[in-house]
Write a protein that binds this ligand. Structure first.
Ligand SMILES: [Fe+2]
Ligand SMILES: [Fe+2]
Length: 304
């Protein structure tokens, strides 16, 4: 099934402002620590939740969140975007957007005290609001609904800096102002501290070779990361609903599948199992971050 027929099968229409490219099986952590050593941070990375009514998606998402906090001792959550099923297609109306965000709020209430740091996915943004002055138009509304400080931002926990990017710009890239900000942000990280980057779209890796949908400015980003190769340890992404794990210049690039798998559907003839997209089951990744800059990323199918 190609992209167009997939969209049709899911009852969606094409025409997003940014082409919504479709986007694991467990990607084993590399550079792992001895089993006895404790990470300084344990962080689940969920992405591509695409929450919507129907197919028991809200119940299944809530059950997975509960599974994560009961199975692992986590510090906080990272969310890679495409949180709601879709606000980007031409025929989406206001009530559909607010209903999806209402379900999102209801679902994430189950994690209670845990913070969740999100990035913007292409499907989160309502470009077809009646006007650009409409309070629900564009990225600002998504920033507000996700309760994040801005469309791109950074924060620090222990000796790890978390940098969240917004690639929803021309040809899937960072705009110039954001790139400058990223250069400065990386330069300011002190020696002995490390960086984890999260973007919606993959920067480097296998999935975009298979299905497209990666950063068009990947070479420029790769060059910047190489200048800071002692700090930049891992780049997380979603969007492609496939799980892969690549390493380039010592930096890990992990596209961590999708919470929704085949958009909460059963999958198709090309799926390797129920709810899979191609060979990737629905799931989430768990990151273990160590004080000395090592990091492990493992993908867990949730089977819900
Ligand atoms: Fe997605
Ligand atoms: Fe996406």
């Amino acid at each position: 099934m190609n992209r167009r027929s997939l969209i049709k099968a899911l009852g969606l229409s094409a025409g997003a402002a940014i082409a919504p490219s479709i986007p694991a099986i467990a990607s084993a952590g590399i550079m792992g620590a001895p089993a006895t050593e404790k990470p300084v941070l344990t962080v689940p990375h969920i992405t591509d939740v695409h929450i919507r009514p129907g197919d028991k998606a809200p119940e299944r998402f809530k059950a997975c969140l509960k599974q994560i906090i009961s199975k692992h001792q986590v510090d906080f959550f990272l969310n890679g975007g495409d949180s709601i099923n879709d606000a980007s297609y031409d025929n989406v109306i206001r009530d559909q957007v607010t209903e999806q965000w209402r379900i999102w709020d209801d679902c994430i209430s189950v994690i209670g005290k845990y913070e969740i740091y999100s990035c913007l996915g292409n499907h989160d943004i309502w470009w077809k609001a009646p006007g650009k002055t409409d309070e629900m138009y564009g990225k600002d509304y998504v920033v507000k609904r996700l309760k994040i400080p801005a469309r791109y931002y950074s924060f620090r926990k222990k000796n790890w800096h978390f940098i969240v990017l917004d690639g929803n710009n021309s040809k899937i890239s960072l705009d110039e102002v954001q790139f400058l900000w990223l250069e400065q942000t990386l330069a300011q990280i002190p020696a002995g501290s490390f960086a984890l980057l999260m973007s919606h779209y993959p920067i480097l890796g296998t999935t975009q070779v298979l299905v497209g949908g990666g950063h068009s400015d990947c070479k420029r980003l790769k060059d910047l990361f190489y200048k800071h190769k002692d700090k930049v340890r891992i780049c997380l992404s979603g969007h492609n609903h496939l799980s892969d794990h690549s390493v380039y210049n010592g930096i890990q690039y992990c596209c961590n599948g999708a919470m929704s798998g085949f958009w909460w559907g059963k999958g198709d003839a090309e799926s390797a199992g129920a709810g899979f997209y191609q060979e990737t089951p629905p799931g989430y990744a768990l990151l273990k971050l160590y004080e000395d800059g090592r990091v492990e990323n493992d993908y867990y199918p949730h089977k819900l």
